[in-house]
Design a protein around this ligand. Structure first.
Ligand code: MG
Length: 159
């Protein structure tokens, strides 16, 4: 049986932080603020995967009050999410995600992000879609106050 899930996330852009998206460090003058590496794309994907399985959200799987998750690579959180899915009899089928960001241009990093996510999720790269959209200067993303991401995930329930 197939099940679908949706996830979204937003993080603030600040000076003095690295910008990590899809497990890839992107050269930029601003970075995302958060307890982990604040990889907004992976956080949206994790919520989509957990949502498809009705397993809560990233906040209850990986609380930002726990010291063990400080500055942790979100790729590791994604790997742990996949383990959790497997424990409950689910396996990921495909994901489709969008990053909403005014700058920097991200398209050149798409293949590396897909490669990282494919490895972390243990699914073929052709089942991972990442899209980039610019908000035309509108809203907090358009004013470079933050970045957002949205994702859907399909999972297969082995019952
Ligand atoms: Mg987040």
């Amino acid at each position: 049986m197939f099940r679908i899930g949706f996830g979204e996330d937003t993080h603030k852009l600040v000076l003095g932080r690295r910008l990590i998206l899809g497990g890839v460090e992107i050269p930029f003058e601003l970075g995302l603020l958060g307890h982990s590496d604040a990889d907004v794309l992976i956080h949206a994907i994790i919520d989509a995967l957990l949502g498809a399985c009705a397993l809560g959200d990233i906040g209850n799987s990986f609380p930002d009050t726990l010291e063990e998750f400080r500055d942790i690579s979100s790729i590791m959180l994604l790997e742990r999410t996949i383990e959790l899915l497997h424990c409950h009899g689910f396996s990921p089928v495909n994901i489709d995600a969008s990053i909403i960001a005014q700058r920097p241009k991200l398209a050149a990093h798409r293949e590396e992000m897909r490669h990282r996510l494919s490895a972390a999720m243990a699914i073929p790269i052709d089942r991972i879609s990442i899209k980039f959209t610019t908000p035309e200067g509108l809203g907090p993303e358009g004013k470079l106050e933050g970045m957002s991401a949205r994702a859907v995930a399909l999972v297969d329930e082995q019952r």
